[in-house]
Design a protein around this ligand. Structure first.
Ligand code: SF4
Length: 933
């Protein structure tokens, strides 16, 4: 399609959007890709609307400014296209600062007028470029005395990036007034980080109790005089104090289960007694969440407790698994190995800017912009964290500056650690009996404890896991000889801990480990299994497992994952399992022996080992023990194939597939009731625990106040002392502020009918709608049908599994842009916390029944017939609860599945009328209810 000029529109007529350009010479067109047409603003200020093909062709001649080049290319239907990505310039100029990856987000971050449409958005991109280059030229935010030195430093880094082809390079160098023969450098960001100073370990906390009155008083102080007083919040704080009294007998923790409806104010409600306990006893309370979003919110709420940022920094640590943080040694290795990769130096340059400015080095949800990861492909970023457990601790030259070590050390001294369920559970297993585990926990989003435990306590004899362990032991065999291995650590165990072993005995044990590792799945295993040419005992077993899966499923060509039971295994499968189990035992023994050998050195060589070496030895022994335990779990699974699976486990074989391609093959073991190991590993050793959520209890029609589901899913049933229980209703007016509509005349199996329903409902609400799906494929189908018509009406549509952005970023955009709609599946349902008009309509495509897989079947058998209803009801309750986050919010909940059983409708607030209506009436009611909102 040929471009359609819009003559009345020019940059000159919108001078209010144009920041002071100074005397910078940079000029380029700007482009905004819509679902239907692309808006193109020339460097001279003329606007056109182009088809995608025309925009791609134009971009070849005149490189435009775009916001998020990868997502833009995706929208245009191109694999890549040349652009000045404004986000790169933002990341260089304002490192570690938050900005939504949209024209509106940039405008807000840069204090420009927010754009109202695509044309103003394009103009905002040009304005943002000038503003950012202007900041660089002016040395914005840098004290006068340091400005010249900083300019030289930034100039050297920009020169490095420009020589590697960074499109912004020349403009940045011009803004910094750097001559064209300037020297390059600046990737060595570790030089500019402060050294950590360690002190002695903190003493054991004392045992003073926090009473209900003290908790109420503390809450009053936190809220401050004149703030709105919510009596339920004070009752909540008083009850939460029950988790902060000393336990009287070993293994008998105080457990409080507290369900508090939205708006009670539970975060400050538990921070009050938790902070009092920590201060009075000199201890640390761990606040654990399921989603990153809540972790971020709690961190924000803690500003009330520690208004002084320095004080907060001393007392609050946001802690995640080590795979989330930048490993400086990996980064340093990458500056050598990635520098020649396409885009490698540019990515590293932007990361260098972030490293120097980051609060804590967290690359996943911290101050590292998630869009920066997508700009360069997730693999580049993932390779910079300590994902593979290759840390060498004090042997590392960056040890005293290491982000991971700093976070670990600081959390030992902090009063409050904000963590997540997965980390809490893995630490409880790894550090059992070490004396290092927290005594007090608060689990917020407690309704997710069961799912988090399900992942944390499961085991998988899978090709991916075997190959990962082999690599940890033998190093990157695939990269050897091609210069592909990253530094010495990637050469495996020998390179990482060989210097700690000391003596021939130890070296002999190490050789036994390395020899036995040869039985694990090796690089190229997946292809060999597909070709029917497995190599070594583990691959042979996996090949047999694959054969069983393909033999027992109905459709072996399904594009989705396949799974089958392990019952009645054939003789050749049992034989392969037995041989693999033998090989695992041959590995487990020397792994344990090597760990014991290292620990013995701590005693035998006590006079010659310095403290860092001792710490390294302890860490190495822990790592070896962890791997030996994992191998033992694999071995048990394989040996059990000959017997019946123990009653508390469920086993199955599976082929994992993505878009029809095999990704992994293996045998899986989950607990039927994962709250059991959770209770043993986490709850029992603790002294006091609060588990809280807005949706802890199920509300079946015949037992609306029943706690049994909450007690089963939190592990309370497995403790000797009964839990203290509290339930507080939401203070919000759900019957007045929400509507629940069940549409009875849309055929859920007809995509055209479902799409029409989504489209018209989204139009009726004027946007601000969340579409929830129980299957990714249905989401994609509906997205394809409704994106353009909504775009024509000025309603942008985002979609998880479609847009080239991570879920957190999509939710951030949805939150910030009032009329944007979002389609998503489970992660969106659980991770959305959007107050105000941005979320005023939720449309569910189907009743969210659990998937009837093997694991679910076993749980249903164990927990009874009501299990399906309970899961579906809790999911509906979660989703419905998203509508009201503030007292003045309003919202409509629409279920497009006429098959919603009445017994599930107790998921909605008491008093809310459930209206079963036709689609036309649902549209009309939605429009009428939200009209003046
Ligand atoms: S101490 Fe470990 S995690 Fe930290 S930078 Fe060094 S190798 Fe990486």
């Amino acid at each position: 399609m040929v471009g359609r000029p819009i003559p009345a529109y020019s940059a000159a007529s919108m001078s209010t959007l144009t920041p002071n350009p100074g005397n910078l010479e940079f000029a380029a067109p700007a482009l905004i890709a819509g679902a239907r047409l692309t808006t193109w603003l020339s460097a001279e200020g003329e606007i056109e609307e182009l088809s995608s093909a025309a925009a791609i062709a134009r971009a070849r001649d005149e490189i435009p400014i775009a916001c998020h080049a990868i997502a833009t290319a995706y929208r245009l239907g191109a694999r890549t296209f040349a652009a000045y990505d404004i986000l790169e310039l933002f990341a260089f100029t304002r490192p570690a600062q938050f900005c939504l990856p949209t024209p509106g987000g940039l405008a807000i971050a840069l204090n420009l007028a927010p754009p109202r449409d695509a044309a103003e958005g394009a103009l905002a991109l040009q304005g943002a470029a000038r503003a950012l280059l202007g900041e660089l030229a002016a040395g914005h935010g840098i004290p006068e005395r340091r400005r010249e030195r900083e300019r030289e430093r930034l100039g050297a880094l920009a020169m490095t990036m420009a020589r590697a082809g960074w499109r912004w390079g020349p403009a940045v160098l011009a803004a910094l007034s750097v001559p064209s023969d300037n020297s390059s450098g600046g990737l060595n960001a570790w030089h500019r980080l402060p050294e950590r100073e360690d002190g002695p370990p903190p003493p054991t906390p004392s045992d003073y109790a926090i009473g209900p009155d003290a908790a109420r008083e503390k809450l009053a102080a936190l809220i401050g005089a004149g703030a709105e007083s919510r009596p339920q919040q004070f009752d909540y704080a008083a009850a939460a104090a029950g988790a902060f009294v000393p336990r009287q007998e070993a293994d008998m923790p105080r457990l409080v289960l507290a369900e508090a409806g939205t708006g009670v104010g539970k975060t400050l409600g538990y921070i009050a007694p938790a902070s009092l306990w920590a201060r009075r006893n000199g201890g640390t309370v761990w606040l654990s969440t399921y989603t990153r979003n809540l972790q971020r919110q709690i961190d924000g709420e803690l500003d009330r407790l520690y208004p002084d940022p320095k004080q907060k920094r001393r007392n609050v640590v946001v802690r995640k698994g080590r795979e989330n943080y930048l490993c400086l040694l990996n980064y340093e290795d990458a500056t050598k190995s990635l520098a020649t990769a396409p885009g490698g130096t540019v990515a590293l340059g932007l990361i260098a800017r972030w490293v120097e400015n980051s609060r804590d080095g967290d690359m996943v949800g911290g101050d590292f912009p998630s869009w920066l990861a997508t700009l360069f492909g997730g693999g580049t970023i993932a390779g910079l964290t300590d994902r593979r457990g290759e840390c060498i601790y004090s042997a590392c030259r960056h040890y005293s500056k290491c982000f991971i070590e700093r976070s670990r050390r600081e959390s030992e001294r902090a009063e409050i650690v904000v963590a997540n369920h997965a980390l809490v559970m893995s630490r409880a297993v790894l550090e059992a009996g070490s004396g290092q585990l927290p005594m007090r926990y608060v689990f917020d989003e407690g309704h997710h404890v069961f799912d988090a435990a399900d992942s944390a306590f499961s085991a998988h004899v899978a090709g991916s896991e075997g190959a990962e362990l082999r690599r940890w032991l033998l190093g990157n065999e695939a990269g050897r000889g091609r210069g592909g291995a990253r530094g010495g650590r990637a050469r495996g165990l020998e390179a990482r801990i060989g210097d700690l072993i000391g003596g021939d005995d130890g070296l002999a044990i190490q050789q036994n480990v390395l020899r036995a590792a040869g039985a694990l799945a090796a690089p190229g295993w997946l292809q060999r299994l597909t070709d029917g040419a497995p190599s070594g005992p583990m691959e042979v077993f996996l090949a047999k497992a694959r054969q069983v899966v393909l033999a027992r499923v109905d459709n072996d060509r399904s594009p989705y994952g396949l799974e089958v039971s392990v019952q009645e295994p054939a003789a050749d499968l049992l034989q392969a399992a037995s041989e693999a189990a033998t090989s695992f035992e041959a590995l487990r023994r020397p792994l344990l022996e090597l760990g014991r050998h290292l620990i013995a050195r701590l005693d035998g060589d006590a006079d010659e080992l310095d403290t860092p070496t001792r710490l390294r030895i302890e860490a190495a022994a822990r790592s070896l023990k962890r791997r030996a335990d994992m191998v033992q779990a694999w071995r048990s699974m394989l040996l059990d194939l000959e017997l019946d699976t123990p009653g508390h486990f469920v086993d199955w074989f599976a082929i994992e597939r993505v878009a029809g391609r095999d990704r992994d093959i293996g045998m899986h073991r989950h607990w039927v009731d994962p709250s059991q190991p959770f209770a043993e590993a986490v709850l029992r050793p603790a002294h006091g625990v609060l588990i809280t959520s807005a949706t802890l209890r199920d509300n079946p029609p015949d037992a609306p106040n029943d706690w049994s589901a909450a007690e089963v899913r939190t592990g309370a049933l497995h403790l000797p002392l009964p839990a203290e229980r509290l339930s507080l209703a939401s203070p919000f007016d759900y019957p007045g502020a929400t509507r629940v509509l069940v549409v009875r005349d849309v055929n859920r199996n007809k995509p055209e009918q479902v799409a029409a329903a989504y489209r018209e409902l989204f139009l009726a609400s004027g946007g601000g709608a969340l579409g929830l799906f129980t299957a990714i494929q249905r989401l994609r189908t509906i997205h394809e049908r409704i994106a353009k018509p909504l775009d024509e009406e000025g309603i942008p549509l985002l979609a998880q599994h479609v847009d080239a952005m991570d879920t957190g970023t999509l939710v951030d955009i949805f939150r910030a842009e009032e009329n944007t709609c979002l389609l998503g599946t489970d992660a969106v349902r659980d991770g959305v916390d959007v107050p105000g008009r941005s979320l005023r309509l939720i449309v569910f495509d189907r009743v969210p029944w659990p998937r009837p897989d093997i694991l679910h079947r076993a749980r249903k058998k164990s927990f009874g017939d009501g299990y399906d209803d309970m899961i579906a009801r809790l999911r509906l309750k979660q989703a419905y609860g998203r509508l009201l986050r503030r007292a003045d919010d309003k919202g409509v909940f629409v279920m497009l599945d006429a098959m919603l059983p009445t017994r599930l409708t107790t998921a909605f607030s008491p008093g809310v009328e459930i209206q079963r209506v036709g689609l036309a009436e649902a549209i009309q009611k939605t429009r009428a209810f939200l009209n003046y909102y």
